[in-house]
Design a protein around this ligand. Structure first.
Ligand SMILES: C[S@@+](CC[C@H](N)C(=O)[O-])C[C@H]1O[C@@H](n2cnc3c(N)ncnc32)[C@H](O)[C@@H]1O
Length: 228
């Protein structure tokens, strides 16, 4: 993750963020670039998993899509609601875990910038800003659940677009989505400088062979999967 911080900083296009809410960063912008190639026009039903400030959901709503956005964080939901009101754009906002809150609904496009930073300790944080990035010892706790859930979330011909770090295994994500019956591939890669969270975990990441000594750049990948 390029820079995982909840401290004040510039936000694009007049967005606001309540304290503790993940501010749009390099991974957000990389996913926005990928979304530019998707059909987000009127009549499209779209889901964002983990909306944070709502920046990407509002981008989709601005292009005409009917957007549902879900987040476990109340502060994120309040932030997204405020930003939607400021932009005068409609968002259907759901609080809670993405799988529980979307059961029985299917979408034309699902996109996610999920938590993906490998973190010491067994479980996921139950509160605090770390919920936006900490994702278990291999960084895959939420990614794997999205992979497993994707077929039930997508209409026929629908697509999943997800950004995450190469550190937690792009091939693993493609394999899981393929095993789930989707046509999946890595469609874009970029490199971004390590942010404070990775720098703070350097020795632990190196011990686990998740990072090479002196590594300072993180690979981000976009995975696209289609329901066929
Ligand atoms: C990396 S942030 C991305 C925020 C925003 N989409 C962006 O790109 O700037 C991940 C978001 O996912 C939310 N989240 C974490 N686990 C979740 C879950 N199981 N279901 C729904 N949202 C979740 C976090 O609260 C956080 O807002």
């Amino acid at each position: 993750m390029s820079s995982t911080t909840a401290t004040p900083g510039a936000l694009p296009d007049g967005l606001i963020a309540l304290p503790g809410v993940y501010r749009p960063q390099a991974d957000t912008h990389f996913l926005a670039e990928a979304l530019a190639h998707e059909d987000l026009g009127p009549g499209r039903d779209v889901l964002e998993i983990g909306t944070g400030t709502g920046a990407l959901a509002l981008h989709a709503a601005g292009r005409g899509a009917r957007v549902t956005a879900v987040d476990v964080s109340w502060r994120a939901l309040m932030t997204a609601r405020l930003n939607a009101a400021r932009r005068r754009l409609p968002l259907r906002l759901l609080h809670g875990d993405f799988a529980a809150r979307t059961a029985g609904h299917r979408f034309d496009l699902v996109f996610a910038n999920p938590p993906y930073v490998p973190a010491p300790g067994g479980g996921l944080p139950s509160h605090g800003p770390e919920r936006a990035w900490d994702a278990g010892p291999d960084g895959r706790a939420v990614i794997d659940r999205i992979c497993a859930r994707a077929p039930a979330l997508l209409r026929e011909g629908g697509s999943l677009l997800m950004v995450h770090s190469g550190m937690c295994g792009a091939a693993e994500t493609v394999d899981r989505l393929s095993d789930a019956g989707l046509a999946a591939a890595v469609t874009a890669k970029t490199a971004v400088p390590w942010g404070p969270v990775l720098r703070g975990r350097r020795s632990w990441l190196e011990q686990r062979a998740l990072a090479a000594p002196h590594e300072e750049w993180e690979e981000l990948v976009i995975i696209r999967a289609v329901s066929v």
